[in-house]
Ligand binder design. Structure first.
Ligand SMILES: [Zn+2]
Ligand SMILES: [Zn+2]
Length: 183
């Protein structure tokens, strides 16, 4: 289905409901493309309001996202809300911008046919937390060899460098202190 609305034919106070499955194979994030695990259910209500075209709704799906610590794929439920106010570009002036400043997500449009695709994707992206964990106490990966420490809790790494800079610094410091004590 088309996620577009022709504002030219939308009468005052008329409500248009757009409901269905949004076709999407993956959600593109900064870290990469996240596969979509469930059909993306969308319901939107579009109303011609006093200030412009008001769009409200929700998006529901599940995506696959790697655990921030150990990179194991995690199923992440997405329950996003869509909220936007489309204001004709022609109405854009300083006065209205001040008035609309307090409102969330004001979008100016030129073309009378509004494409709502970006709002759906935006609502999904906003639902992805900064940290996605496979479990609250995920131990992550060994910093030396990359082995998953959840699966190998007793891992003792043989890739760990022999020369331990931190310990060495402490050793030098201890010797220095000893010398001071000895005077
Ligand atoms: Zn993890
Ligand atoms: Zn290791």
């Amino acid at each position: 289905m088309e996620w577009k609305i022709d504002t030219g034919v939308l009468k005052k106070k008329e409500r248009v409901i757009l409901e269905g499955i949004f076709e999407l194979d993956y959600l593109e994030l900064d870290i990469g493309k996240m596969p979509i695990l469930e059909p993306v259910k969308v319901k939107m209500v579009v109303v011609r309001a006093k200030d412009g075209i008001a769009v409200g709704g929700f998006v529901k799906t599940a995506i696959e996202h790697p655990c921030t610590r150990c990179l194991t794929p995690v199923r992440l439920e997405i329950n996003g809300t869509i909220e936007a106010l489309y204001v004709p570009e022609a109405y854009r002036d300083e006065k209205s911008e001040v008035e609309l400043e307090n409102l969330r997500n004001v979008i100016y449009y030129k073309n009378p046919v509004i494409d709502l695709t970006d709002r759906i994707i935006e609502a999904m992206v906003l639902e992805v937390p900064e940290q996605v964990l496979c479990r609250p106490d995920c131990k992550g990966l060994c910093p030396y060899c990359g082995i998953n420490l959840n699966e190998h809790p007793d891992h003792v790494c043989d890739k760990k460098p022999e020369f331990n800079v931190v310990n060495n610094k402490f050793a030098i410091l201890e010797k220095f202190k000893e010398k001071l004590r000895e005077g």
